[in-house]
Design a protein around this ligand. Structure first.
Ligand SMILES: Cc1cc2nc3c(=O)[nH]c(=O)nc-3n(C[C@H](O)[C@H](O)[C@H](O)COP(=O)(O)OP(=O)(O)OC[C@H]3O[C@@H](n4cnc5c(N)ncnc54)[C@H](O)[C@@H]3O)c2cc1C
Length: 378
């Protein structure tokens, strides 16, 4: 029987993706009593974290603080703490995937694994969606898109970028060839790569259009984390790290045995192996791009409930949620919007929303974003 012909009863809610956002949102939807709920995942729970390069760690620290009413920065669900579960301050991707599996089990979130959602269409004969997957068709009244950014690397950035290796495709830093290794992009991923390579005795050259290592802001979404700045300081101490700010790369071409990198300032670097590309990630909503309106900067436009402005019933959760200048790219930020989405869905399903009060007390229910622009005074 062809997979497409599999018939299933329509669901109330489908969540696509079982990463930090999908699992965290499922926990809140279960708390308000959503029954006909399915989480579909192309791999296994925490798949993107499992794909992190070996040795890459969380930059946000974990600390067990629930007893004093303060949630671990990396927790996706109330009364949980990665620091407690993993006994690590900066977990690796593999460790964190283990925490997510523990959360799913503890809160009874069943994940249907190995199901890749390949396209989404709106139902013709009523509200809701039809999901075309590798395991047949799913129909649902509402859809929560939690597909993450890590599996959408930003690679189409300049001519010849396809000759480079994006950092999200590196499994082990030992596999990266070149001396020095050229890294294009000096934000978190680029500096992470530089510190790992330099610590392992390699020379690295980092090129960035700006110079993120000198930036200063109260918003950690815009600057390097203290964890990364400390590591960069130590790596520079080895004398093996060269940083070039203001070096906007215009192209990479194959040149004899090597790869020539050119910048707008006319600088030219010859790399003996493919440069590393640390140019970030596309929005998670890229996977269902037609169902969103977009800003010129590539941000999906959302209502106050994080619902698509063009497709009612489609919600976005995770690091790609943005509201004008408010960037929710870290777990401790975007987890506070799960309850906002659960309230919108719960209202339409006629569910009891009282359990959400516990989320508000735990600082897991942020529906007023006007508070989010405050700068540190010192
Ligand atoms: C390199 C890197 C380091 C980071 N470090 C930190 C950090 O230290 N602290 C922090 O708070 N945040 C960090 N972030 C931010 C990061 O985005 C979040 O921590 C987190 O990974 C986002 O969770 P998510 O659930 O949205 O995405 P993911 O963890 O990527 O989960 C998405 C899931 O959806 C599945 N999926 C995708 N498409 C489909 C499909 N079509 N069908 C079925 N399943 C699908 C994937 O397999 C995956 O399991 C980092 C991000 C990156 C890229």
């Amino acid at each position: 029987m062809p997979a497409e012909s599999v018939r299933r009863a329509p669901l109330d809610v489908v969540i696509v993706g079982a990463g930090a956002a999908g699992i965290g949102c499922a926990v809140v939807l279960r708390a308000v009593g959503a029954q006909r709920l399915a989480v579909l995942e192309r791999g296994r729970v925490g798949q993107s974290f499992e794909q992190w390069p070996e040795g890459m760690r969380f930059i946000t620290p974990s600390f067990t603080s629930n007893q004093f009413g303060s949630l671990d920065l990396n927790a996706v669900a109330i009364q949980t703490s990665p620091a407690f579960t993993l006994r690590s301050e900066h977990p690796t991707g593999t460790q964190y995937a283990g925490y997510l599996r523990g959360v799913a089990k503890h809160f009874g979130v069943r994940v249907r694994r190995g199901i890749d959602v390949q396209s989404v269409t709106r139902r013709h004969n009523g509200p809701g969606f039809v999901l075309h997957t590798t395991r047949g068709i799913y129909r649902t009244r509402m859809l929560v898109w939690a597909a993450g950014e890590f599996q959408h690397p930003r690679t189409n950035v300049f001519p010849g970028a396809d000759l480079c290796t994006h950092t999200s495709h590196v499994r082990s830093w030992q596999d990266v060839a070149g001396d020095p290794v050229y890294i294009i992009g000096g934000s978190e991923s680029g500096i992470d790569a530089a510190t790992h390579l330099a610590t392992a005795g390699r020379h690295v050259v980092v090129l960035d259009a700006r110079a993120p290592w000198t930036d200063s802001s109260s918003d950690p979404s815009l600057v390097l984390s203290p964890f990364t700045l400390d590591r960069l300081h130590n790596a520079r101490g080895t004398g093996r790290v060269e940083l070039f700010g203001g070096a906007s790369v215009t192209r990479v071409v194959q040149d004899g045995e090597g790869f020539r990198i050119t910048t707008t300032r006319g600088e030219s670097f010859l790399s003996d192996h493919p440069p590393l590309l640390a140019t970030g990630f596309l929005s998670s909503a890229t996977g269902v791009a037609d169902h969103f309106a977009w800003t010129d900067e590539g941000t999906a436009l959302l209502t106050a409930d994080d619902e698509s402005t063009t497709t009612p019933g489609l919600f976005l959760v995770g690091p790609s949620v943005r509201h004008e200048r408010v960037i929710l790219c870290f777990i401790y930020k975007f987890r506070q919007r799960f309850a906002v989405v659960a309230r919108a869905i719960g209202t339409r399903l006629g569910l009891d929303l009282a359990p959400l009060e516990e989320y508000r007390r735990a600082q897991m229910f942020l529906d007023d974003l006007s508070c989010c622009g405050v700068e540190c005074q010192c």
